[in-house]
Design a binder for this molecule. Structure first.
Ligand SMILES: Cc1ncc(COP(=O)(O)O)c(C=O)c1O
Length: 482
């Protein structure tokens, strides 16, 4: 918290920026929201943005850019090969992380594709604190598998542990020994662990994981997509980080990890991505895949304007006055909802507030997709689009059976520097209304289930008639209000 208010009861997160470009929003009447939800197959990914009041689907590629980022885009150097924009980006990577080698790729999953192609062979395992959807899809596609080694507390919805994304170090060592280091393609450390609620790892734990990797001769790969939020938590929750500069933390991590990759749709408030490292050998292992899948080595499938935005964004990801905005707004939203009695993932993490949908509708079976159902209910209630992060977002097992998620989460993403506090309060208020009417919420069933990453474009329908009942109750409680 950068600024302390005179009256403690007035204390709210204070933005250290002002809004100079705005976008008009629309809030449709509730009957329209029901129609749009059903037309979208009850999948919030398939809603049109124009039909959404608060887009809380994600924090990816929708963060507000700064004046300096938009200004930087004007100096983009359009060239297929040898663009100055790329060399400015490379310079920023060197400055922020200290890494010499940079492979641009169009977004985070493109980096994952290259990593999987290069290092994962059939039968190999990859170890990680927790999987991410696209990461796992790339690894399994080339015949590898994923083993999750987050501390047991990480998947406990409510906890006081400040770093729920931490690895269980004992299990990490045991698993490497069990499979043998030669069978471990790499250990992936996911900063700001997305699927368990944007939960951070401590610096101490990340460095210890890197040490274990070095000890066994296994590669360490840091997914830094959510590192900027993670660094905010290190600075505010971990004593040894309090007096370190953010840059010192970036450098220390980069010195210890073999390979780092990131989605610049998150890290750096932009679009794009990159794999970076100190070691020439790793660069050479992977470089062939950039022209093959992405584009020439000096643009990697990224528009040069976005490369400029990414460059400026990387510098901004060092600035605590920018870094604090997301986590502080999320903490505020989590507290408002929790004070209403809504089961939330605690402590608050980065990237968004997370509702524990399993506790929200405790009698709903996993295969009726509780988090997906609560997501649709919230869209109907308030034009708010969240994202299901539960069983629906899982892949089926190879034998076709459902893999039930460890946590059924509804994520309310908080794109950085985008929402005002009154919008966040509106969101908490509508969540409270859905919570008070939770007994009306029913499940969902597939009408079209894609075989891969089904949550992106599969369609479902309500089981029974619960959505119409929810609209009737809304009309009763809110009258003519939107
Ligand atoms: C931790 C993490 N890694 C990787 C990715 C994939 O990045 P992208 O969406 O840019 O492909 C994401 C995206 O949400 C993420 O959160």
């Amino acid at each position: 918290m950068a600024v302390k208010f005179y009256k403690p009861e007035n204390q709210v997160p204070l933005e250290m920026h002002k809004v100079r470009v705005v976008q008009k929003l629309s809030l449709l009447p509730v009957e329209e929201r029901l129609r749009k939800a059903q037309e979208a197959g009850n999948n919030t990914f398939l809603l049109h943005n124009k039909d959404i009041f608060m887009d809380m689907l994600t924090d990816s590629g929708v963060n507000a850019m700064s004046d300096l980022q938009t200004a930087a885009m004007m100096q983009a150097d359009d060239a297929y090969a040898g663009s100055e924009s790329f060399f400015r980006f490379k310079e920023a990577v060197k400055d922020v992380f200290g890494c010499e080698y940079v492979l641009p790729a169009h977004q985070g999953r493109a980096c994952e594709n290259i990593l999987a192609e290069t290092y994962v062979k059939p039968g190999m395992v990859t170890l990680m604190n927790f999987h991410f959807t696209t990461t796992k899809a790339h690894i399994t596609r080339v015949g590898g598998s994923v083993i999750e080694l987050v501390k047991p507390e990480g998947v406990k919805p409510q906890s006081t542990l400040p770093f729920k994304g931490d690895f269980d170090l004992k299990r990490l060592k045991k698993t490497i020994e069990e499979y043998g280091p030669e069978k471990v393609a790499f250990v992936r450390i996911e900063a700001g662990t997305n699927l368990i609620g944007g939960q951070p790892l401590s610096l101490e734990n990340m460095l210890a994981v890197a040490d274990v990797c070095h000890h066994y001769g296994v590669k360490s790969v840091l997914d830094a997509s959510l590192l900027q939020d993670n660094i905010y938590f290190m600075k505010t929750r971990e004593a040894q980080c309090k007096y370190m500069t953010t840059k010192e933390i970036y450098h220390l991590l980069a010195d210890k990890m073999d390979i780092i990759y990131f989605s610049a749709r998150k890290l750096g408030f932009a679009r794009g991505g990159a794999i970076i490292c100190h070691n020439k050998q790793f660069f050479e292992d992977m470089v062939q895949f950039v022209p093959l899948y992405e584009g020439f080595l000096t643009y990697g499938g990224i528009d040069v304007r976005s490369i400029e935005a990414m460059t400026q964004g990387l510098y901004e990801s060092l600035d605590m006055e920018y870094l604090c905005q997301g986590p502080e707004f999320i903490e505020y939203l989590v507290k408002e909802c929790a004070d209403y009695g809504v089961p939330m993932i605690t402590p608050a993490g980065g990237l968004g507030a997370h509702i524990d949908a399993q506790a929200f509708v405790p009698n709903m079976p996993h295969d009726q997709y509780p988090a997906g159902a609560v997501a649709v209910a919230l869209y109907i209630a308030g034009g708010i689009r969240g994202m299901e992060r539960g069983t629906l977002s899982e892949q089926r097992e190879p034998d076709g059976t459902e893999r039930f998620a460890e946590m059924e989460l509804l994520r309310l993403g908080c794109p950085r520097r985008v929402f005002t506090l009154s919008q966040i309060k509106y969101c908490a208020d509508r969540v409270k209304w859905v919570w008070d009417n939770k007994e009306l919420i029913g499940g969902l069933k597939w009408t079209m289930e894609p075989p891969v990453l089904r949550f992106f474009y599969g369609t479902l329908k309500e089981i029974g008639h619960w959505q119409e009942d929810l609209v009737a109750k809304f009309k009763e409680d809110f009258g003519d209000s939107l």
